[in-house]
Every structure is written in structure tokens, then in C-alpha cells.
Design a protein around this ligand. Structure first.
Ligand code: 13P
Ligand code: SF4
Length: 342
């Protein structure tokens, strides 16, 4: 099976430009504009290569607070740019494409969440709302805690009193996984990630049969049928650390967004990484849908353009103040982390 990235849909048909020239231009603009580039592990490898910081959602949210330049360019999706702005109100935060959204964030509009919380309160339920970081800032402002795949288990175990119910939004699969590992009951919002939702169990089983000694690693955004056959479950940074911890050359079957193979190869080049394909719900055919179309909106051209033009920019919104309080409490003062692995 090939580990090549499939061609992903992008928002423009920009004329071809040499990636090396673009990288040089970006380097020069970074200095001229006093900017730092942050890139999520799911962006194209060439964007990760020119970034000053790469990582998972947790590390990048923390890295954003260490930036010393006046401008941050966040190559990722909208909620990540928002979080960087919330943590750094005085900085200019640019994102290469304003339309880079997230199916999880979209599944949980703030008015619907507020109405559901009201309903629960009217029933006399004593609950706290824990939100995955893949939510809009408006939703974050309605919540008690924000978690990422990197700190969710520890934060729930250490911060949420046992006598409180938990409303977990918006990822039902991550929520179900957290119920299992923490032993806590949760009210789950019915959202899911469009990429992790559609991994093909059949293709995964087939790949495992072809590579009986392989290790299946999966992101907890995957549904239960994928997680139950996986050998290791973790957010992107935990997956990276797990692969690094194995010194013997190993084949890993990777059930997460396919661009993740780039940082895995960089961190532990002794291994082979086989991406698990997705499957289309309507036809049942295997597809290249293990590439997030939102993350794929980030291109070198757009990174260059947003540096050159000073936009699109994430601007401060009134509800950011409340979201800041929750984000800082959750991510900056978050609990002691155990070693990699769950
Ligand atoms: P992490 O990198 O925090 O594991 O998150 C995955 C993700 O889906 C980001 O959108
Ligand atoms: Fe959202 Fe899924 Fe894309 Fe991550 S991979 S940004 S959760 S749609």
C-alpha cells in the first residue's frame, strides 16, 4: 500500500509555483513581518517543514503563548487560530484560509448547546460541560473545561468532581472512549469527525492479515469498531511518541489523518507507516477521505499570501473573554501528564 498523500481538494486553482521558491519567500516575509508559523501535524508536510512550531492541538495552543513575534500564522483550522488569538489578544493572528473549518466544531452550534444546557438545568441535573478543543470560541465560552486528545483523560480524572454529571461535546467517539478509560458516565453530543468516522474496518483487517506483525495505532476520534481492534490509542502527539518508543523496525497501520505520516516518518524513520483508507458511506467504495479537506486548504501559496497581505486575520470577539478564562484554566494550568500512552 502506498503512503503517498492523495491529491486533496483546495479552495482555489492557483497556478503552479515552485515549492522551494515559495519557501524562500515565506522565510523572507517571516523576518520582514516579524511572524512565527505554527502548523498542525495534519497540514501538508511542506508546511510543517517551514513552520517554527509543529504539534498536536495541545502543544500548539501552549506554543502560541511562547511566541515572541508580533504576528502568528496558524496553519491548521479555524478553531486553532481562534484559540491562538484568545491566548494572545495583543498579537496579530493570521490563518491561510478562513474556510478551513472542522466538522466537529460545525456539529455543535452555540445556540443549540445553550438550549440543551438549559433543558438539563430545567431537569435539575447537576453537570459540568467539558468541550473538546475542536469547538468554536462561542461554544468554549459556554463550557467549564476544554480538553484536547492529549490531556482529556487526565483533566477529567483530576478536575471534574465525581458527584457531577459530565456533558461532553461535540465528539461522541472521543466521549465514548473517555467514558471507558475514566469509568465516568457522560451525556454525549452526537458530533463526529468526518475523517475519523469513515475508516474502513474491512480494509484495516485486510492490512492486518497481510502484515500480521504490524501494530495498529488509532486516534480516539475513531469509532468504537476501529478502536477495539487497535493496539494503541492516542492523540497525534501520543501516537508520535509511541512510534518513537519502538526501536525495532515495525509496520504501523495508521488510523488517523494521512498527513500524520509525515511527522511519524521524521520522528521514527526506521518504521513503515501504512495509512488506513476510508470508505464512502453511499457506495461502500474505498476513498482518499483519510485526508481532512479543511486541513488541506492550507497551502504554501496561502501561507505566503497571508503573510504578504496581512490577512485573513482572526479578530477579537466579545465572547473571547469568557473563552480565555476557560482555555487558560484548562490548558495552561492543566493536570500533570503521565508518560505517553493511555
Ligand atoms: P490532536 O492533534 O490534538 O490529536 O487533534 C486531532 C485533530 O483532529 C485536530 O483537528
Ligand atoms: Fe476537524 Fe476531523 Fe479535520 Fe480534525 S481531522 S480538523 S477533527 S474535520
Amino acid at each position: 500500500m502506498s503512503t503517498e498523500l492523495p491529491i486533496a481538494p483546495t479552495s482555489t486553482d492557483a497556478p503552479y509555483e515552485d515549492p522551494l521558491d515559495l519557501m524562500d519567500e515565506i522565510d523572507a516575509l517571516k523576518k520582514e513581518k516579524d511572524a512565527t508559523i505554527l502548523a498542525h501535524f495534519y497540514t501538508d508536510g511542506e508546511i510543517q517543514d517551514i513552520a517554527d512550531f509543529t504539534g498536536d492541538s495541545l502543544k500548539l495552543a501552549r506554543d502560541a503563548t511562547k511566541v515572541t513575534t508580533s504576528t502568528i500564522v496558524f496553519a491548521g483550522v479555524h478553531f486553532m487560530g481562534e484559540s491562538a488569538k484568545i491566548m494572545n489578544p495583543e498579537k496579530t493572528v493570521l490563518i491561510p484560509d478562513l474556510l478551513a473549518g472542522c466538522s466537529l466544531a460545525e456539529s455543535c452550534p452555540p445556540d443549540k448547546l445553550a438550549a440543551f444546557q438549559e433543558e438539563l438545568r430545567a431537569q435539575g441535573r447537576d453537570f459540568v460541560t467539558v468541550a473538546y478543543i475542536n469547538t468554536s470560541a462561542a461554544v468554549k465560552s459556554l463550557c467549564d473545561w476544554i480538553v484536547t486528545s492529549g490531556n482529556a483523560r487526565e483533566l477529567i480524572e483530576q478536575q471534574v468532581p465525581k458527584d457531577k454529571e459530565i456533558l461532553f461535546v461535540p465528539d461522541q467517539h472521543l466521549g465514548r472512549y473517555l467514558m471507558e478509560v475514566t469509568g465516568r458516565d457522560m451525556i454525549l453530543w452526537p458530533g463526529s469527525c468526518m475523517v475519523h468516522e469513515i475508516f474502513s474496518l474491512q480494509d484495516l483487517n485486510r492490512a492486518k492479515r497481510r502484515n500480521p506483525d504490524s501494530i495498529i495505532i488509532a486516534h480516539p476520534e475513531c469509532p468504537h469498531n476501529i478502536l477495539e481492534v487497535s493496539d494503541f490509542i492516542g492523540g497525534t502527539e501520543k501516537l508520535r511518541q509511541f512510534c518513537m518508543s519502538k526501536t525495532e523496525p515495525t509496520t504501523f497501520l495508521v488510523a488517523t489523518e494521512v498527513a500524520m505520516i509525515h511527522p511519524l516518518k521524521q520522528a521514527a524513520p526506521q518504521h513503515e507507516y501504512v495509512p488506513v483508507p476510508g470508505i464512502m458511506a453511499d457506495s461502500g467504495e474505498t476513498c482518499a477521505c483519510n485526508r481532512c479537506p479543511h486541513m488541506a486548504r492550507n497551502t504554501l501559496q496561502k501561507v505566503r499570501d497571508c503573510l504578504r497581505d496581512g490577512g485573513p486575520e482572526i479578530t477579537w470577539q466579545p465572547f473571547f473573554d469568557k473563552a480565555k478564562e476557560v482555555l487558560e484554566r484548562s490548558l495552561l494550568e492543566s493536570p500533570k501528564q503521565p508518560p505517553a500512552g493511555d
